[in-house]
Design a protein around this ligand. Structure first.
Ligand SMILES: [Fe+2]
Length: 451
């Protein structure tokens, strides 16, 4: 048997490469006025990633400029780019979102944040990978989270999802249930900022998020009622503008179709397009009378969704719905109360022969559920709660009917794993919808094939 050579962590070759890289890094960082004033107190979080750009979010300890150095070379010996300088200002709670441009598709970048000398600062490298070009065909997984515990507990599911090396990670609502539109009074924007700092780093689950997701995996978020501000909240909430401002301060998003409107957006990853709906800021009150005018989306978002579905060249079109979609699912605070608008969307998709539509929904706090379309028009996966323990039933008391089942009465913590697979021989694509426990174990699985 051949003996394995002992790994040499500081071989002469490796050490010299490191020193050369460090030299390049110093030159690049200080070739124009350095900005190393504040320390990073939160982040980095990488988001808004496409095949050519991305955004790095950080929060600093004091006002000042911040930027990012990034390179395809992990030692920064070549191909070093320096972002524009962004100001972290008191008026935006010392947050900054730094755009990275001119990126190559499906390429891994190492980056360093030009801030502070502390443990998260310029001395610490991070890495993320850009998306492949739209319509290229790839095998990839992505992970989806929903509904975190109100109490301060860890979220082991982040680490378990990370073990699958997801192409990106989504959190589709109730990242926190602290109801910042109500608690604590008086209601100020600080309520939302405090909540965002918790989920991104200051709580036990936030620390897991920071460790296993934030800096390395492109991250996409949308709110549901409890992180928008209050239970079952809608467009009439008096604090809507505060909630919106704080969200935009803390979460890097792709370009929004209507920056003056709500938070909805879409993004592409290879043969998939993901339509992320904002089901709170435009929503009519749940108790408004049913009818063709009643809307969860609002006119502008609905037109964008329908146009986007029709125009999409993606094989898979994921609709992210923080509220339950299944018409035989939870009867309250769900699409069941907006059935006319839901029918309009379904009819539009059917009339125009749009294929590959799949719904990923949140809100139920279950161990995860899947429907093949029998009860939900399209295949739907209800995402498990992330770290809520000892939950014994779905929110609202009813899980509804799901063709592939829904798990409840068990510890529901977990996540959804969406696995896109392309068969090079046949040219066919298939999709595995999976719900997994917080340890990564498989719970439910359903195969979707294109017609
Ligand atoms: Fe929730």
């Amino acid at each position: 048997m051949r003996a394995h050579p002992r790994p040499r962590l500081f071989s002469p070759l490796r050490l010299s490469a490191y020193l050369i890289g460090l030299g390049f890094l110093v030159v690049a960082a200080f070739s124009s006025p350095p900005f190393l004033g504040g320390e990073i107190t939160l982040g980095p979080v990488v988001g808004g990633v496409t095949d050519s750009q991305g955004i790095v979010f950080v929060r600093l300890s004091e006002p000042g400029p911040v930027g990012v150095l990034y390179s395809t070379d992990s030692y920064f010996r070549r191909d070093v780019h320096r972002s524009v300088e962004v100001q972290a200002e008191e008026g935006h709670d010392l947050t900054a979102q730094i755009p990275l441009t001119g990126l190559e598709p499906a390429t891994t970048y190492t980056y360093r944040v030009l801030a502070g000398l502390g443990p998260r600062g310029i001395l610490n490298p991070y890495r993320f990978t850009t998306a492949p070009p739209p319509n290229s065909l790839h095998d990839f997984d992505f992970a989806v989270f929903s509904d975190l515990s109100l109490v301060n507990v860890a979220a082991l599911a982040y680490a378990s999802a990370g073990a699958f090396s997801p192409a990106f990670v989504m959190q589709i609502g109730d990242f926190d249930h602290s109801n910042p539109g109500i608690i604590p009074p008086p209601v100020t924007i600080e309520n939302w900022r405090w909540m965002h700092r918790r989920v991104l780093g200051d709580s036990a689950s936030g620390q897991d998020f920071a460790k296993f997701v934030a800096s390395t995996t492109p991250f996409y978020h949308i709110w549901d009622d409890h992180d928008y501000g209050a239970n079952n909240a809608d467009r009439t909430a008096p604090w809507k503008d505060m909630a919106t401002q704080a969200f935009l301060e803390y979460f890097p998003l792709p370009a929004r179709p209507n920056p003056a409107g709500g938070l909805w957006y879409s993004f592409r990853y290879a043969q998939a397009e993901i339509f992320v709906l904002d089901l709170r800021s435009e929503r009519d009150p749940d108790d408004a009378p049913q009818g063709p005018e009643k809307s969860m989306l609002g006119d502008d978002q609905k037109a964008w969704l329908l146009d986007g579905l029709l125009a999409s060249t993606a094989r898979w079109k994921f609709i992210i719905s923080s509220s339950g979609w299944n018409l035989r699912g939870k009867p309250t605070d769900s699409w069941a109360l907006f059935s006319d608008e839901q029918s309009e969307i379904v009819q539009f998709v059917r009339d125009r022969g749009i294929s590959g539509v799949v719904v990923l929904s949140g809100d139920l706090h279950s161990g995860g559920g899947i429907d093949d379309g029998t009860n939900a028009y399209f295949p739907e996966l209800s995402v498990p709660a992330t770290n809520i323990h000892q939950q014994r039933d779905c929110t609202g008391g009813e899980c509804g009917t799901w063709s592939e089942g829904i798990l409840t009465g068990i510890d529901p913590s977990g996540f959804a794993l969406i696995r896109v697979r392309h068969d090079k021989t046949s040219g066919a694509d298939r999709l595995l919808l999976q719900t997994r426990g917080e340890d990564g174990s498989l719970r439910l699985e359903y195969l979707v094939e294109l017609p």
